[in-house]
Design a protein around this ligand. Structure first.
Ligand SMILES: Cc1cc2nc3c(=O)[nH]c(=O)nc-3n(C[C@H](O)[C@H](O)[C@H](O)COP(=O)(O)OP(=O)(O)OC[C@H]3O[C@@H](n4cnc5c(N)ncnc54)[C@H](O)[C@@H]3O)c2cc1C
Length: 405
């Protein structure tokens, strides 16, 4: 039962918390990282079969990639496995509307890269493993949170207490820390569940991220590296209304593959095999404030968003990048990193961007969920119009890549 003091304590070592530890190490701060699960012991070998893939993947934007490169973590990702995509095809189930995005329209090497979440966390943890300035407490849980003036004291389940100038909640969408500290959120249910799985397909994905908008919700087929045996693989994110999600989850593998093939209009041929399916309830959630004296929320602890445009952790990594820059700037000037003026700069820079993206995703979901004929007509004409308007399309691509100015 000892009390320990740190400049910064990060709660949660998912992608966001690990990225923050990687960004802060080596700058003269004392950092604690508390994670309920054990941290990865090293890099995993890329296992060959479908089951060797993490069912959780992220479509990372070039902006996120650039940040991970600056952290020195990107090489660790690509050394294991990642799949860049150069095209994106979005089409509508109910009409003839379609839009194609191609990397050549913006002259970049890729529109984005599909990365397994496990591989990304491993590469980030590698950047601070064994660092003298990062004290890892894992597996360990935050049990109680006590505010003492401007400081937040964390009581760990193991008995120790951590006193910190700044506590960062990177503890995910349900953020126990956010709740314990009384941060208010605005939230609503999308009424969708996301089913994720790794699937084998008859035809190659052609380095393309495929997305079909069905009236029941969007279906994404995200490209993964081909197997050594030449097999073609994708990760799927199938967001679907609750009742249909139950039905899909109850199907056996052959039934699910058939349903997925039909839902994707067999664009990649037959679906030959699927891993076990996982399902995630989808809820939009946004903290009214990201900060309080001595506390900051980042990534899913601050905001969760529909996965239809694959922006969740991209926004989260941008939060981490900005917060780390502000904390390091304060440290250089001898200022306490938990000061409200330091944290306000972080909130100011990130909240507007996050809100904008969340509003856009909500708009997309409603537009494509609409069954009324005039809306469907407008949607199809709109897609065709955008597809033909090169400058507008270029701007949309740049926004989605996180590189718009
Ligand atoms: C189906 C689906 C598909 C998605 N696809 C994309 C995509 O393509 N692109 C994209 O950008 N985003 C995507 N997202 C969003 C992305 O997955 C999340 O934004 C991201 O995983 C959040 O990371 P995080 O580090 O904030 O939280 P988490 O990954 O939830 O990590 C939180 C960590 O905190 C730990 N923790 C929690 N409570 C405690 C406690 N009391 N004490 C100690 N530790 C604790 C947990 O064990 C966990 O490790 C998708 C989301 C879903 C559901």
């Amino acid at each position: 039962m000892a009390e320990h003091s740190f400049d910064v304590t990060i709660v949660g070592a998912g992608i966001a918390g690990s990225a923050l530890a990687a960004a802060l190490t080596g700058h003269g701060l004392s950092i604690a990282l508390v994670e309920a699960r054990a941290l990865p012991a090293g890099r995993s070998e890329p296992a060959p079969g479908l089951d060797g893939f993490d069912a959780r993947v992220s479509a990372l934007t070039p902006r996120s990639q650039a940040f991970l490169e600056r952290l020195g973590a990107w090489a660790g990702v690509t050394a294991v496995r990642a799949c860049p995509y150069r095209h994106m095809t979005v089409w509508d189930a109910e009409g003839t509307g379609a839009i194609e995005f191609d990397v050549d329209e913006v002259g970049a090497p890729a529109l984005g890269t599909i990365v397994e979440n496990r591989v990304l966390v491993e590469a980030l943890v590698e950047r601070f493993r064994g660092a003298a300035d990062v004290t890892v407490r894992a597996p360990e849980r935050v049990d109680r949170v006590v505010r003492e003036g401007s400081q937040v004291v964390l009581a760990l389940a193991g008995g120790d207490t951590l006193r910190s100038k700044l506590v960062v909640a990177a503890d995910g969408a349900l953020s126990p820390l956010r709740e314990a500290l009384g941060f208010r959120t605005r939230e609503w249910d999308y009424g969708h569940r996301a089913i994720v799985a790794t699937v084998q397909l008859e035809r190659p994905h052609a380095a393309t991220a495929w997305q079909r908008f069905l009236p029941t919700g969007p279906l994404a087929l995200l490209p993964l590296p081909d197997g050594e045996d030449g097999s073609h693989r994708c990760s799927i994110v199938w967001s679907i209304e609750e009742a249909q999600a139950e039905e899909l989850l109850a199907l056996d593998e052959a039934g699910f593959c058939a349903a997925l093939g039909a839902a994707s209009e067999h664009r990649l041929g037959a679906v030959l095999a699927s891993t076990r399916r996982l399902a995630f309830p989808l809820r939009q959630r946004h903290a009214v404030d990201y900060i309080a004296p001595g506390v900051a929320l980042v990534a899913d602890a601050a905001h969760t968003i529909h996965p239809l445009a694959g922006q969740g952790i991209n926004l989260g990594l941008a939060d981490v990048e900005v917060l780390a820059a502000e904390v390091l700037r304060a440290a250089e000037r001898g200022l306490d990193p938990g000061r409200l003026d330091v944290l306000r700069r972080y909130q100011r820079e990130r909240k507007g961007d996050n809100l904008l993206m969340m509003a856009a995703m909500e708009g997309f979901k409603r537009l494509f969920g609409a069954r009324a004929l005039p809306v469907r007509w407008l949607r199809n004409s709109g897609l065709r119009l955008v597809d033909g308007a090169v400058p507008l399309k270029r701007e949309l691509i740049r926004q989605a890549m996180g590189v718009a100015r």
